[in-house]
Design a protein around this ligand. Structure first.
Ligand SMILES: [Zn+2]
Length: 316
């Protein structure tokens, strides 16, 4: 961040790194700095710290170099500081938000808050982003981060630093949202009447005897017809392994309401193994396995659509 242009103030980080700056930009960005430059500040602008060569006052700040670099890049024209605001981690964002709030840098704070939607930060720590979004009452960012927390197989498996910053009410709302998502998607695994069974003929209506212990029955849907525009519900026979897969999916979705839960290796491998050992005549393992995988894709998409309809209730 240091540059060769004549500067009229030096900000020094907690590591004693000097950042050359201009009072005009700092004053325009922050009433706190503006006051500091207009009022005598014996504690912050120390005569002993004034550089002899350049007669530039030095202000020692509590922020570390990285944070100081970020907030200066937010309140100076890029041509002055030579760097663009770019965050690498959630702790960096947290420090920048704290500092911009502390110095009352309204515009810089707004620009930093846009980083709450940064995809890589959301991927790395969605709970941490949710906590920050709630802290700053950013509704859309909190909603997006809450949705991202569903990619976690368990919301809070152990202590995480984000918990220090999150209000119990906001955490409770996140648990309630997860529960609402689980209720919505579990019904897809328990009630099969959304499945238009003719799209997956090799999974249903196996022509083995009804007394065969490898067969079960379930209610699925016929394709829409003139008489039944929504498709009529029909009971059909289905392989036992498919029912087992759906039951285990339901159990998994209760804890982890996300499409990845039904694509879990153990679940899928067990189903594929059962398919490979099918004994019934007329059911070809290869075809059944292809149909199952296509069903699984549609099932996962249905789960994603179902979750997209669930809205978190935020208290702001
Ligand atoms: Zn069969």
């Amino acid at each position: 961040m240091q540059n060769q242009h004549p500067a009229d103030v030096i900000l020094r980080s907690s590591e004693k790194e000097s950042f050359y700056s201009w009072k005009i930009f700092l004053s325009m960005s922050s009433p706190v700095f503006s006051d500091m430059f207009t009022l005598p500040q014996p504690d912050t602008v120390n005569e002993e710290d004034v550089c002899d060569d350049e007669q530039v006052p030095v202000i020692d700040l509590e922020e570390d170099s990285r944070t100081l670099g970020h907030i200066l890049s937010l309140c100076h024209p890029p041509s002055c500081v030579g760097t663009r605001f770019q965050l690498n981690s959630l702790p960096e964002l947290r420090n920048v938000l704290d500092a911009t709030e502390k110095y009352d840098m309204g515009n810089a704070l707004r620009m930093a808050l846009e980083e709450l939607s940064n995809p890589s930060l959301l991927r790395d720590d969605s709970l941490g982003i949710y906590a920050l979004a709630c802290q700053h009452a950013c509704h859309e960012a909190a909603r997006l981060a809450a949705k991202h927390t569903l990619t976690l197989p368990c919301l809070v498996p152990q202590y995480v630093p984000a918990l220090e910053r999150i209000h119990a009410g906001h955490l409770c709302r996140l648990f309630l949202y997860r529960e609402a998502c689980a209720t919505a998607v579990c019904s897809l695994a328990a009630d099969h009447t959304w499945v238009v069974y003719t799209q997956y003929t090799s999974l249903f209506r196996c022509d083995q005897s009804e007394t065969d212990d490898k067969l079960e029955w379930t209610a699925v849907r016929n394709p829409p017809s003139r008489k039944y525009p929504d498709g009529r519900v029909e009971h059909v026979s289905v392989h036992k392994w498919w029912m087992e897969y759906m039951k285990r999916s339901e159990y998994a979705l209760q804890r982890w309401p996300h499409s990845d839960a039904v694509k879990d290796d153990r679940l899928v491998d067990d189903a594929l193994h059962a398919i490979s050992t099918l004994k019934c005549e007329g059911c070809q393992a290869f075809q059944v396995s292809q149909t199952f995988q296509s069903f699984m894709r549609i099932f996962a998409e249905k789960i994603d659509r179902c979750i997209a309809e669930v809205e978190i209730v935020l208290g702001f």
